[in-house]
Write a protein that binds this ligand. Structure first.
Ligand code: SF4
Ligand code: SF4
Length: 354
């Protein structure tokens, strides 16, 4: 098989926010030596930099390694050339997200802030339009909101996320000629979900422990908030347990994400030194989802919601922007791709060692 060299590969990565000086790298291998997550079959980040320098686009597109990095920053802190390999891995993840996405919208939104702003405004205007069509009647807008959330989850999963995972599978396993028996895929499913919800692999970087715990709370808080609002109908229920449960998980999400926002503002850790617009959107919208849901429920409980309908509309706009733009095309996808990368990497490794 011939290898296609693409000299523009780095220019492409720059468009995805790569501000690292990766070209300063002289391949001392220090980053790979200090990385606690790299393994024999996945020697990153040096190998990724090598592919980038050589413009090996096809190899780069099929590479799982960027997803196996949890951005602890050890490699960047110890690189003698300040090449910032940790940040390069982060931009590689953004780039790969756009490679998997069949719609092309991930690439557009990662590369163009104006396109992102236009999309956010269009979603907001559409929701206000729905409010207008419903004559700003609280009950019918809330009814719409409830059905809309369910339809949105179903459509995004079926139309965008599942096809993109298959595309990732095609690039990283099929194209790489990995012929693993079906049983290996079945055996790996438990691990896939375990990694998806716990990200336990990131614990290999010792300094990640607190962040891992915060991340775990946010993941469970977010999932439980979704279940409470969408499936247990939090805004309409009169069940005291569900109401309090919603307050706890909503509060959990916005308190921890507020801490994530502060970290990005302070820029003290390697992970938060460089923030791409997609990083900001992710943490701010996660915060807004928890916060606005919390406030809406307080207004319902104090019988003040009819005088503050606009707050429910703001909440609906935040949910719609999150569900239509950030989940299928933004940083949220990392949750999915990283988990599948661990799954595929385990299958690849088991097959190569058999
Ligand atoms: S430590 Fe720096 S210079 Fe050495 S291989 Fe890694 S990125 Fe290159
Ligand atoms: S940021 Fe941490 S996990 Fe990622 S490549 Fe560097 S050392 Fe490894």
């Amino acid at each position: 098989m011939s290898t296609v060299v693409n000299p523009d590969l780095n220019a492409k990565l720059v468009k995805f926010g790569n501000k690292s000086e990766w070209n300063e790298c002289y391949h001392c291998g220090n980053c790979t030596a200090v990385c606690s997550l790299t393994e024999n079959e996945n020697l990153f980040p040096r190998k990724v930099i090598r592919q980038l320098q050589m413009g090996l686009k096809d190899k780069f597109n099929s590479n799982i390694d960027p997803w196996l990095c949890y951005y602890c920053g050890d490699c960047s802190e110890t690189c003698p050339r300040d090449a910032n390999p940790g940040e390069m891995m982060m931009s590689a993840r953004r780039y790969l997200t756009s490679v998997y996405d069949w719609t092309g919208l991930s690439g557009l939104f990662f590369k163009s802030v104006p396109a992102l702003i236009i999309a956010f405004v269009l979603v907001a205007v559409s929701i206000i339009g729905v409010g207008y069509a419903k004559q700003f009647n609280l009950e019918s807008i809330m009814e719409f909101g409830h059905v809309f959330e369910k339809m949105l989850i179903f459509s995004v999963v079926v139309l965008i996320l599942i096809p993109n995972i298959f595309h990732m599978f095609w690039l990283t396993i099929i194209k790489e000629k990995i012929k693993a028996p079906f049983l290996l895929y079945v055996k790996g499913i438990w691990d896939l979900f375990l990694h998806m919800f716990t990200q336990k692999k990131s614990l290999k970087c010792e300094k990640n422990t607190f962040r891992w715990f915060e991340h775990l709370l946010v993941v469970f808080g977010y999932i439980l908030l979704l279940i409470t609002t969408v499936f247990l109908n939090w805004f309409s229920t009169e069940n005291t347990y569900i109401i309090w449960f919603g307050y706890i998980v909503g509060g959990l999400v916005f308190i921890i994400t507020f801490d994530f926002i502060l970290e990005r503002v302070k820029k003290k850790k390697e992970l938060s030194k460089f923030s791409h617009p997609s990083d900001w959107l992710f943490v701010i919208w996660l915060f807004l989802m928890g916060f606005t849901a919390f406030i809406v429920r307080i207004l319902i409980d104090t019988d003040l919601i009819s005088n503050n309908l606009w707050l429910y509309i703001v909440h609906l706009i935040v949910i719609a922007q999150w569900g239509i733009l950030i989940v299928p095309f933004g940083k949220w996808t990392h949750f999915l791709y990283r988990s599948f990368a661990v799954y595929f990497a385990n299958i690849k490794s088991a097959e190569l060692n058999s």
